[in-house]
Design a protein around this ligand. Structure first.
Ligand SMILES: Cc1cc2nc3c(=O)[nH]c(=O)nc-3n(C[C@H](O)[C@H](O)[C@H](O)COP(=O)(O)O)c2cc1C
Length: 246
């Protein structure tokens, strides 16, 4: 196997990738009034479930604010598990995954977007298998050792957000998704656009107007100049904010 190489992306290559739309030219810090290209990923197998409802409200608010939102439903995609073959790490100009399924097209979209929203139901204290499989495949999006000088990412500087819905309370239940999400940001060289947890769910019909308002408020905070990443816990109809980055 070819050893890990230093990032050899030349300025010309970077400019080329931007022209091809593989790397976004958008302002990734995200300021009010700046319209972003957002990839919204629904990781529930249920197209009309709780996660879809919450993500739909967030997407709607972002669209109304002028952003360009594209949603991908993972339930209709064919995505295999990461093989840990290491072939991707030999390619310094492209994610380079050798698997011929629907994941590489999603990586192209991630690279073309300014921000990605990962939305998943809580399954056994973690992500749904659909979402976890995609997250594992994101292994091909970075090179070098995390934190080392040769550490580079094809989605460097972009923003990522997490939305989770769960049937039970947040405490002793959904916390691990936040930890995993925040740690993955370091590998991806991305920054958080916030975490939104909707707990104690039953059916989509039972999601209250209060939750819809909070989803809209969350969307409004995602790409502000001074983003305030937070976990929004919704026990029944009494939402409260809990800072998670402090
Ligand atoms: C396989 C499976 C595992 C689950 N594990 C948990 C869990 O660990 N904690 C929890 O609070 N809810 C759990 N749930 C409930 C879902 O997270 C919850 O109903 C969620 O809102 C479903 O979202 P959806 O309608 O978008 O699929 C589980 C559901 C399934 C089907």
């Amino acid at each position: 196997m070819v050893p890990y190489q230093k990032n050899t992306l030349s300025p010309m290559r970077l400019s080329c990738m931007k022209d091809m739309g593989l790397i976004s030219t958008g302002n990734l810090i995200g300021t009010r009034g700046k319209y972003l290209k957002i990839l919204s990923i629904l990781g529930s197998p249920r197209k009309k479930g709780n996660t879809a409802a919450v993500l739909g409200w967030v997407d709607e608010a972002l669209t109304e604010a002028g952003h360009q939102v594209e949603q991908i439903f993972l339930g209709s995609k064919n995505i295999n598990g990461c093989l840990d073959c290491g072939k991707c790490k030999e390619n310094m100009e492209h994610p380079g995954c050798v698997q011929k399924d629907d994941a590489p097209a999603i990586f192209d979209r991630m690279m073309a977007a300014d921000a990605v929203i990962f939305a998943s139901p809580l399954y056994y204290w973690g992500f749904s298998s659909q979402m976890k499989t995609l997250i594992d495949r994101c292994y091909c999006l970075y090179r070098g050792s995390c934190g080392a000088l040769d550490h580079m990412s094809f989605i460097d500087g972009k923003r990522q957000a997490l939305i989770v819905t769960a049937a039970d309370a947040f405490e002793n239940n959904a916390e691990l998704t936040i930890t995993a999400f925040q740690r993955s940001l370091v590998y991806n060289k991305t920054t958080s656009a916030g975490q939104f947890m909707v707990c104690n769910t039953t059916t989509p019909d039972a999601l209250s107007d209060g939750i819809k308002s909070q989803a809209t408020a969350f969307a409004g905070q995602m790409f502000t100049e001074t983003p305030a990443p937070y976990a929004l816990l919704i026990p029944g109809n009494a939402p409260h904010l809990v800072p998670v980055d402090k």
